[in-house]
Design a protein around this ligand. Structure first.
Ligand code: PMP
Length: 439
């Protein structure tokens, strides 16, 4: 029951729902908020995905970020096949892990600032942020963590309060099952609001271990940091002896060779970085990194414990290495150009139908907000005309374009989105804009 000739999406959905909660293994894949039958994919290549019914779509989900070179890039697939033929994992160290750590370290620099001495590889972004927080607490001897409303940092207990991504799509305030005592250790502030940051630090600064922030918010749709926000945030955090954790799981190696940190108009110095998605090239791999004196607090050198059976898995390392190797400046230029072409076409189509909208951008990342003015935090994101997205989404899907099934997610463009793929998107947009207008 996996071949394109043997079932329909509706049949697969019925089967999946009976076997898995909501028919999914990650809520962001559910199509509840766009009210149509989810597509069940069986293969993907370049900018395209193909469903069980044999229908091909131009893909703007990109595996939620990792597929930055396009799906099944031959060099990445070859690297993984080659690694697999030599063993799926050894539970011991490999030269490839060191190479990946070295490459990450070598990429994340700016001028004479090279903030990553050491990197630890883990398997998911959730683990990376969870470990970064434990490390910050271990380093500072403090318990409180500050996060921003609408930011998503994975699904660890302390980070789900007013989270973005699927938590936002489902309009949840957080998650059941998180003990109140743990939730109380997280303080949630409005994004882009430095006064709120200063206030919380003047009230409780000596208890705060860290602020965790998405380098550019991309899990409530895109909401870029206001000019200098990250730098001013770093100043406040450091003035109180706390640490700044820059979450680049989504932006890292996507918006540029050194992530958002490398292109933020005002340079600043985070203490810990988290990476995921692109760094694993489509396989489960993520990382945290920072100065040696911090990273060396991790076991076995230090008292902060963290471990993983599959950490640094050789197939994932091979995929990450091959992906980063092909992410040269020409690839970033292609992504920038494709992203500009698609976002401009979407905006023109919506304008032609008189639909109020703003293209929200952070480097090559973008999303459309159905609002008169650009949302700058979670409240303004939620105030948009979100009801316009489901009909827009369904019209695009009907025309063979797969968008993220939520208005609160980024559109992921790859280096493989060539003219043909872009033309197909552009052709689908007028009808989708009409659907959005009549919502
Ligand atoms: N941080 C950010 C900024 C993310 O976008 C995500 C995933 N979308 C995560 C952390 C969690 O990563 P994972 O899904 O791999 O656990």
């Amino acid at each position: 029951m996996t071949g394109a000739d043997t079932s329909t999406n509706a049949e697969e959905f019925a089967r999946a729902r009976a076997a898995m909660p909501g028919g999914v293994n990650s809520p962001v894949r559910a199509f509840g908020s766009v009210a149509t039958t989810p597509r069940f994919f069986v293969s993907a290549s370049g900018p395209y995905v193909t469903d069980v019914e044999g229908r091909e779509y131009v893909d703007l989900v990109g595996s939620w970020g990792p597929a930055i070179l396009g799906h099944a890039h031959p060099a990445v697939v070859h690297a993984v096949q080659d690694a697999a033929s030599r063993g799926l994992g050894f539970g011991a160290s490999t030269p490839g892990e060191t190479s990946l750590a070295e490459i990450v370290r070598a990429r994340v620099g700016r001028g004479d600032s090279w903030p990553l001495d050491k990197i630890r590889l883990v398997s998911t972004g959730t683990e990376a942020t969870m470990t970064a927080i434990r490390l910050a607490r271990g380093a500072t001897g403090r318990d409180l963590v500050v996060k921003f409303a609408g930011h998503y940092h994975g699904h660890s207990d302390g980070l789900l309060a007013e989270a973005g991504s699927g938590v936002a799509t489902l309009a949840l305030p957080g998650s059941a099952g998180v003990p109140a005592a743990i939730a109380a250790q997280t303080l949630v502030l409005p994004y882009n609001d430095l006064d709120a940051v200063r206030e919380v630090f003047s009230a409780r600064g000596s208890e705060i271990a860290a602020v965790i922030v998405e380098a550019a918010a991309a899990n409530m749709g895109i909401v870029p940091p206001s000019h200098g926000f990250n730098a001013a945030l770093a100043d406040v955090v450091h003035a109180h002896g706390a640490l700044l954790i820059l979450d680049e799981v989504l932006t890292g190696f996507r918006v540029g060779s050194a992530g958002w940190w490398g292109i933020d108009p005002v340079p600043f110095a985070p203490d810990l970085f988290t990476f995921g998605k692109v760094v694993g090239g489509g396989l489960p791999l993520a990382a945290l990194g920072g100065r040696a004196e911090l990273l060396d607090l991790l076991a076995p050198l230090g008292p902060v414990y963290q471990a993983g059976t599959l950490s640094g898995n050789p197939l994932a390392v091979a995929a990450g290495l091959a992906t980063l190797e092909h992410l040269d400046s020409a690839a970033y230029t292609r992504i920038d150009e494709a992203s500009a072409a698609i976002s401009t076409a979407a905006s023109e189509a919506l304008s032609a139908e008189g639909v109020a909208h703003v293209v929200q951008r952070a480097g090559s990342l973008f999303s459309i907000a159905f609002a008169e003015t650009a949302p700058h935090d979670y409240d303004t994101v939620r105030a948009q005309d979100a009801f316009r997205y489901p009909p827009f989404f369904r019209a695009m899907l009907d025309e063979g374009v797969s968008l993220p099934p939520s208005v609160f997610e980024a559109w992921f463009v790859s280096a493989a989105h060539d003219e043909r793929a872009i033309d197909r998107i552009v052709a689908a947009l007028p009808g989708a804009a009409k659907a959005a207008a009549s919502a």
